[in-house]
Ligand binder design. Structure first.
Ligand SMILES: Cc1ncc(COP(=O)(O)O)c(C=O)c1O
Length: 395
C-alpha cells in the first residue's frame, strides 16, 4: 500500500466513526459583534471559544498590540536566546511573575509548547511522571516526549495516585501533573490534596492553569492563587490564549526553574520567540484582569444563570462543572454532531466534542459563556437549546 492509499484508508475509517474533522472559515459578523461570526454564509453566535472575558477585542489590549507593531514590527525575528527577547517580552515576564506570585516566568509561542517544554525538560529516563486521566492533550504529549516512566491515574482518584507514588522506589525524580480546571468537564482539581502528596513523596507538582486564569483568585490569576498555594506548587503553566485573550503560553516558578528551562529546554531554545505585540497586548490584558474585577464577576454570574436554566428548566446534564466550561452531556458521537448541527441551523455555534478528545460514549457539546455575551445572545442560546431539546425528545 502506498502513502496515498494508506491515507485514504485511514480517512475512510475515521469517517465511518463520525470522527472526520474539517476546517470552517470564520468571517466578521454583519452585526459587527465579535462574539458573533459569519460561518457558511450565515451569522451565528459563538459559544465555543475560551475568550472568557472578551479581552481579545478590548480597545486597550488592541491598542497595546498596535503600539508595539509600530516599534517592533509583526514578528520577533529570532529565538529568544538570539535577539528575539524584546523589552515587550521582558515586561510581560515580569508582570506575569508578579501576577502568579512567582519569582520568574518564561514565555512561549503557545500553551501547548510551554507544556511540552516544561515536562520534557524536567523529567526524563529514570524518572516518573504521573498525571490525571483528564489532563489536556498537550500534557499527555509532553509526558510521552519526556522519556520518563509515564503513569496515569483515574480522574481525581488521588488514592490511586498515592499508590503509584508509594510503589515507585527507583525513580530519581517524580513529577505530578494536573490541570487546575479540566478543559472538557470544567471541574476542579483538589490542589490541597496534590500538595500534600507531593510533599509526602518528595515529588514536584505542576499545575496547568489554562482555564483558571481570569476566572479564579482575588487577582484573577487562577486556582493556585485562590487556594493560597503559590509556595507549594513548583511549576505553574498558563496560556495567553484563553481569558488573557491573546496567544502564547508561559511557565512560572522559581528563578532556578526558569534558568534551567532557558538552558536545557529544546522547545524553548529551538523556536522563534512569540511576537512582541502579543506580549504587549497580553501584559495589558493581565492588568485589566486584575483591575476589572467587575468583568470577572459578570462572567461568573452569567455562567451561573445559564447553568441554572440548563439544568433546572431544560433538564440537561452538565456534569460536575465549577467553571465557565459547561459540558452538555450527550453520549453518542452521532447524536452530539446532530444536535450541534441543529443548533447551528438556529444560529448558535457550540462544538460537539468527541473521541479522542473525550472518552467513547461521553461525547458532548462544550458550551462556554463569555463576559462579552450580551443578554440577547444568552436569550437566543437558551431558546435554541430549548427548541432542539424538544425536537430530540420526539424521537
Ligand atoms: C488545559 C490546557 N492546557 C494547555 C492548552 C494549550 O494552550 P494553547 O492553546 O495556548 O496552545 C490548552 C488549550 O488548548 C488547555 O486547555
Amino acid at each position: 500500500m502506498n502513502n496515498i492509499q494508506f491515507w485514504d484508508q485511514e480517512l475512510e475509517e475515521i469517517k465511518k466513526k463520525s470522527g472526520f474533522r474539517f476546517l470552517r472559515t470564520r468571517d466578521l459578523a454583519q452585526s459587527g459583534k465579535f462574539t458573533h461570526a459569519m460561518l457558511d454564509g450565515r451569522e451565528v453566535i459563538l459559544f465555543g471559544g475560551n475568550d472568557y472575558l472578551g479581552l481579545s477585542h478590548h480597545p486597550q489590549v488592541m491598542q497595546a498590540a498596535i503600539d508595539s507593531i509600530r516599534e517592533f514590527g509583526v514578528g520577533s525575528g529570532a529565538a529568544q536566546l538570539i535577539h528575539g527577547h524584546t523589552s515587550d517580552h521582558a515586561l510581560l515576564e515580569k508582570r506575569l511573575a508578579e501576577f502568579k506570585d512567582a519569582e520568574a516566568v518564561l514565555i512561549f509561542p503557545s500553551g501547548y509548547q510551554s507544556n511540552l517544554a516544561a515536562v520534557s525538560t524536567l523529567v526524563g529516563k529514570g524518572d516518573l511522571v504521573v498525571m490525571d486521566k483528564l489532563n489536556h492533550a498537550s500534557l499527555i504529549d509532553a509526558c510521552r516526549l519526556s522519556g520518563a516512566e509515564f503513569r496515569v491515574f483515574p480522574h481525581k482518584n488521588y488514592e490511586r495516585l498515592e499508590e503509584i507514588l508509594a510503589a515507585s522506589l527507583t525513580a530519581e525524580k517524580k513529577l505530578i501533573v494536573t490541570d487546575s480546571v479540566f478543559s472538557m468537564d470544567g471541574d476542579l482539581a483538589d490542589l490541597e490534596t496534590l500538595v500534600h502528596l507531593k510533599e509526602k513523596y518528595g515529588a514536584m507538582l505542576m499545575v496547568d492553569e489554562a482555564h483558571a486564569i481570569g476566572v479564579f483568585g482575588k487577582k484573577g490569576s487562577g486556582l493556585v492563587e485562590e487556594k493560597g498555594l503559590w509556595n507549594q506548587v513548583d511549576i505553574q503553566a498558563g496560556t495567553l490564549s484563553k481569558a488573557i485573550g491573546v496567544q502564547g503560553g508561559f511557565i512560572a516558578g522559581s528563578r532556578k526553574l526558569i534558568d534551567y528551562l532557558v538552558n536545557f529546554s529544546r522547545p524553548f531554545i529551538f523556536s522563534t520567540a512569540i511576537a512582541p505585540h502579543l506580549c504587549r497586548a497580553a501584559k495589558m490584558a493581565v492588568d485589566l484582569i486584575e483591575s476589572e474585577k467587575k468583568l470577572r464577576e459578570k462572567l461568573l454570574w452569567k455562567t451561573y444563570a445559564v447553568k441554572e436554566e440548563l439544568v433546572k428548566d431544560l433538564g440537561f446534564n452538565v456534569g460536575p462543572t465549577q467553571s465557565p466550561i459547561i459540558p452538555i452531556m450527550i453520549g453518542e458521537v452521532e447524536r452530539a454532531l446532530r444536535i450541534s448541527k441543529a443548533l447551528l441551523d438556529e444560529g448558535i455555534f457550540i462544538p460537539a466534542i468527541r473521541p479522542p478528545a473525550v472518552a467513547l460514549g461521553e461525547s458532548r457539546l462544550r458550551l462556554v459563556i463569555s463576559a462579552a455575551h450580551d443578554d440577547d445572545d444568552v436569550r437566543k442560546l437558551l431558546l435554541a437549546l430549548q427548541k432542539v431539546k424538544k425536537y430530540e425528545n420526539r424521537d
